[in-house]
Design a protein around this ligand. Structure first.
Ligand code: GDG
Length: 734
C-alpha cells in the first residue's frame, strides 16, 4: 500500500530533555490538527527536526528520540548547532523570511547561510529517501524546505509531491534580487502541486517562473521538462469547533485569574472596552505601528481615555536574531512611553505581555475583547484573526484586519485597514468601538459561516485531493514519450524499409532557438549528421521549414537534401531549381506591416522578420508577461483584419506569423507523398506549424513532437539534443 509522507521543519511533537530524560507530547498547533486525518489515517509518516540538536543528544538519547517519535508515526532529521545557526536562524530567518515579507533592508545574502540551507535540505531529502517508495505521496511544508521537492523528485520520479508555502510569495521585483533565485524555483518545481494561501502569491510565483526561468505557463499549469506542475491557492483555515467549543465551555467554568482581571476592567464602567492584539514578536506583524496608531487614536479621540485598554500579547520568537532583539527593545520603549504619558491611577492604556500563554488564557483574551486589532505589515495568512472570530459565540465583537494579511482576502466582513495609515486606523478603531451590536452580528455571522465550513481539515483535504488529481495531468498530453521500446520498433521498421521519408522541421528541431533567427545557421555536426542520413540511397531527407528560400539557398543548396521553405511555398530537389508549389500574392504585406510595427514599438525586445510570402513577429526576447498580453492583442487585431481575405495568423514558438491560408506544411508534405510509396515515414517538428504535417501523414508514419505540449503527433521527445540522438540511431543501427 502506498503511503503519505509529510515533511516540515519541525515535527508536530514537543520533545523535552530534562535531567537526561526525554518527554514527548503531541503539539496542538493548527498544522498538526489540519493534517491529523492525513497523518493518522492509513499508512503515513511525518519527517522533521526534533527540536534538539546533535550536540544536545548523546548517540543513545538520539536513538531513544527516534524510537519515541516512531510511536507517533514520525521520524527525525538530525541537525547540528551549526545547521541551526546557519540554515534556520541564518538562511531561513535572516534571508528568506525578510525577503518574502518585503523587508529587503533586513535581508542578508550570505554564502555560508546558503551553503548550509542546501546541506540541510539534502539532509531532509536523505531522510525522506530512506522511507519513500514508488507511488508514495509526499507533502512538503514551508520556506525552510524550498529545495526539497526537486531533491526528492530527481531520485524518485515516480512519487507525487506537493509543496505548500505558509508565508507570502513576493512580487517578481523583490524575488529577482535574490542571488540563488533559479535554484530556488527549480527546487520548488520538483513538486507536482505548489500551494499558496492566496491567489496573489500564486500569481507572483507564476510571474517569477515565467520571467526568470522563461517557462511556458498555461493558466495555472507550468510545463516543466516532461511534467506539468500545477499551482493553486488553498487558504488555510482553523480548527473552528475547537475554538468555538472552548469559548462556550469556559463561559460556564470557574474563571481563571486572567479572566477575573479582564472582568475587573470590563466591569469598571459601561463604556469600558478591550482591544486585543496577539502575535509572535516579529517585525512583519507591525507591532510598533499598532502601538503608535493606538497612541494617535488616544490623542485624536481623547474621550476614549480611561475607557479603552489595548491588551497586547507578544509571543517571544527567534530572539537570537538581531532584528528581533531590536524589535523587542523598540516595543518595550514604546509601551513604556505611552503608558508613562497616558496612565492615570486607575488606568494603564496598554497591558503588555511578552510571553506565551496557555490555550485557556488565549480563549479568555479572545472572548473578552470587543475589538481585535490585527494589523501586520505583511502576513502569509494570520490565523489569530480567524481564531478571534471563531470564539465569538454571541456573534458580537469587531475584527479590524490589515489588508496585508492573506486572511483579508477571504474576510471581507472584517474592517480592513492599511497598517501604515494611522489616520484610517484611528478612525476605524473609533468606528469599531462604537459599532452597533446589530452590525457586529451581521458581519460576524458571515465570517463565522465561512470559517466553519473551510476549516483546516478541509484545507488539508482539498490540497490532498488536488495533489492526487495531478497524477492525471500527464494524460492531457495526447502523445506518448518516444521510449526505448518504441525506438526499437521504429528502427526495425526503418531497417526493413526500402523507401524512407524523413520530414524534418528546422528551427527548434534540428537546431535550438537563438534570440535572433539569423544566428541559427546549421553547425558542422548537423551537416555531417544529415549527410550521413542522406548517403543511404533508400533515405529521402526533406527539411521543411517556415524559413524563406533565400536563407535555405545560402545554408543548404550545396547539399543533396530536398528543401521546402516558406511553410510550403517553395520546393527544391537536389540538383534541380526551386519550383513554386503555390502561386501567391504578397501585396497584403504593405497593409499588415505597419500594424506589426506598432506592436514592435510598444513591446521592447520584439522585431519583424519579413519573408517573401509571410511576415513574422518574433517575441522571444520580450518580457514574457507583456508578450502574453500583446500576443492576445495582436491575434485579435490580425484575425479581424485577415478574416475576409486569404490570410491566416499562425502562432509558432514565440512567434506570430501571417501568411496565406492556402499554404501550410501539411499540404506540402501531401504533395511529396503523391505518386510515391514510402514504406517508412518519420516526421518531426516542434511547433504549431508542424501540426499540419502530423495530421496529414498516414497512420503508419512516426510523427514526433519536440517538447512537452499538446500535439497531434504520436510521440514526443524532450529537446533538440534528443532529435540528433534519434537521427544518429537511424544512421548507426542500419
Ligand atoms: C505562519 C505565517 C500563517 C499565539 N500566541 C499564543 C498562541 N498563538 C497561536 C495562535 C495561532 C498561532 O499561534 C499564530 O499563527 P499565525 O497564523 O497568526 O502566525 P505565524 O506564527 O506567523 O504563522 C502565517 C501561518 O504560518 C499558517 O500558515 O497564517 O501568516 O506567518 O494559532 O493561536 N497559542 C498559545 N499561546 C499563545 O500565547 N497557546
Amino acid at each position: 500500500m502506498n503511503k503519505t509522507i509529510i515533511v516540515s521543519n519541525r515535527l508536530p511533537l514537543q520533545i523535552k530533555l530534562e535531567d537526561n530524560k526525554l518527554e514527548v507530547t503531541p503539539s496542538v498547533g493548527g498544522l498538526a490538527t489540519g493534517l491529523k486525518s492525513v497523518h493518522q489515517d492509513g499508512k503515513s509518516l511525518w519527517i522533521g527536526w526534533s527540536g534538539l540538536t546533535e550536540e544536545e543528544l548523546t548517540p543513545e538519547l538520539s536513538k531513544e528520540v527516534k524510537a519515541l517519535v516512531k510511536k507517533e508515526k514520525c521520524d527525525t532529521v538530525t541537525l547540528s548547532q551549526h545547521d541551526l545557526d546557519n540554515f534556520y536562524y541564518g538562511f531561513s530567518n535572516r534571508t528568506l523570511w525578510p525577503l518574502f515579507h518585503y523587508f529587503m533592508e533586513y535581508t542578508e545574502f550570505e554564502e555560508t547561510f546558503w551553503a548550509s540551507y542546501k546541506t540541510v535540505n539534502q539532509k531532509f531529502a536523505d531522510a525522506v529517501l530512506e522511507h519513500v517508495e514508488d507511488g508514495d505521496t509526499i507533502w512538503v511544508h514551508d520556506y525552510q524546505l524550498l529545495l526539497l521537492p526537486k531533491l526528492i523528485k530527481d531520485k524518485k520520479p515516480n512519487t507525487t509531491i506537493g509543496f505548500f508555502l505558509h508565508i507570502p510569495y513576493p512580487s517578481y521585483e523583490i524575488f529577482r534580487t535574490f542571488p540563488w533565485r533559479e535554484q530556488l524555483l527549480h527546487g520548488m518545481l520538483g513538486a507536482d502541486l505548489i500551494g499558496f494561501h492566496t491567489y496573489d502569491y500564486e500569481r507572483h510565483f507564476l510571474s517569477s517562473v515565467k520571467r526568470i526561468l522563461r517557462l511556458d505557463v498555461n493558466f495555472n499549469e507550468i510545463t516543466y521538462h516532461d511534467r506539468i506542475v500545477k499551482v493553486d491557492s488553498f487558504p488555510m483555515g482553523i480548527d473552528y469547533d475547537k475554538f468555538y467549543n472552548s469559548a462556550l465551555k469556559q463561559k460556564n467554568e470557574e474563571k481563571s485569574e486572567l479572566q477575573k482581571r479582564l472582568d475587573d476592567h470590563i466591569q469598571s464602567s459601561t463604556e469600558a472596552r478591550m482591544i486585543l492584539s496577539i502575535d509572535r514578536m516579529d517585525y512583519t506583524k507591525g507591532i510598533p505601528n499598532r502601538i503608535r496608531a493606538f497612541e494617535y487614536f488616544l490623542n485624536k479621540y481623547p474621550e476614549f481615555k480611561e475607557k479603552v485598554r489595548l491588551i497586547m500579547l507578544a509571543v517571544p520568537s527567534r530572539s537570537n536574531v538581531p532584528q528581533y532583539q531590536r524589535l523587542k527593545r523598540e516595543t518595550d520603549e514604546l509601551v513604556g512611553r505611552i503608558n508613562g504619558n497616558f496612565a492615570t491611577v486607575s488606568w494603564t492604556p496598554i497591558w503588555y505581555f511578552y510571553r506565551s500563554m496557555p490555550f485557556g488564557n488565549l480563549i479568555d483574551l479572545y472572548t473578552s475583547s470587543h475589538v481585535a486589532m490585527i494589523t501586520p505589515v505583511r502576513d502569509g495568512m494570520n490565523l489569530v484573526a480567524k481564531e478571534y472570530v471563531a470564539t465569538r459565540t454571541e456573534q458580537d465583537g469587531v475584527l479590524m484586519l490589515s489588508e496585508m494579511a492573506g486572511a483579508s482576502k477571504e474576510m471581507n466582513e472584517a474592517i480592513l485597514i492599511n497598517p501604515n495609515n494611522f489616520e484610517q486606523i484611528a478612525d476605524t478603531l473609533k468606528y469599531a468601538l462604537e459599532m452597533p451590536l446589530e452590525e457586529q452580528q451581521s458581519r460576524m455571522k458571515i465570517l463565522q459561516k465561512r470559517l466553519r465550513r473551510y476549516t483546516v481539515e478541509k484545507w488539508a483535504e482539498e490540497f490532498m485531493k488536488s495533489l492526487h488529481a495531478t497524477k492525471n495531468l500527464g494524460e492531457v498530453i495526447v502523445a506518448n514519450r518516444l521510449n526505448q521500446t518504441i525506438q526499437k520498433q521504429m528502427i526495425s521498421g526503418f531497417n526493413a524499409a526500402e523507401r524512407r521519408l524523413f520530414l524534418l522541421d528546422y528551427d527548434g528541431t534540428l537546431t535550438s532557438f537563438k534570440d535572433n533567427p539569423k544566428d541559427a545557421s546549421p553547425d558542422q555536426n548537423l551537416y555531417k549528421l544529415l549527410d550521413e542520413l542522406q548517403s543511404d540511397p533508400r533515405n529521402h531527407v526533406v527539411i521543411i521549414s517556415g524559413r524563406d528560400k533565400e536563407t535555405f539557398t545560402e545554408w543548404f543548396t550545396h547539399k543533396p537534401y530536398t528543401l521546402i521553405t516558406d511553410h510550403g511555398v517553395w520546393l527544391k530537389e537536389p540538383n534541380k531549381d526551386w519550383v513554386a508549389l503555390e502561386r501567391l500574392k504578397n501585396d497584403w504585406m504593405e497593409n499588415i506591416r505597419p500594424i506589426l510595427e506598432t506592436f514592435v514599438d510598444r513591446t521592447p525586445g520584439t522585431f519583424i522578420e519579413a519573408k517573401k510570402y509571410s511576415l513574422a513577429w518574433h517575441y522571444r526576447k520580450a518580457d514574457p508577461e507583456l508578450a502574453q498580453t500583446r500576443t492576445l492583442e495582436i491575434e485579435t487585431v490580425l484575425t479581424s483584419l485577415t478574416s475576409n481575405n486569404d490570410l491566416s495568423v499562425l502562432k509558432g514558438n514565440k512567434v506570430i506569423e501571417i501568411k496565406s491560408s492556402s499554404v501550410n506544411k501539411g499540404r506540402a508534405s501531401s504533395r511529396l507523398l503523391n505518386g510515391t510509396n514510402y514504406d517508412f515515414m518519420f516526421c518531426i517538428g516542434d511547433d504549431w506549424t508542424d501540426e499540419y504535417m502530423f495530421k496529414e501523414l498516414p497512420e503508419s508514419a512516426y510523427t514526433v513532437k519536440v517538447g512537452f505540449q499538446k500535439t497531434s503527433a504520436k510521440y514526443y521527445i524532450k529537446n533538440t539534443d534528443e532529435v540528433r540522438d534519434i537521427l544518429n540511431e537511424f544512421i548507426h543501427k542500419s
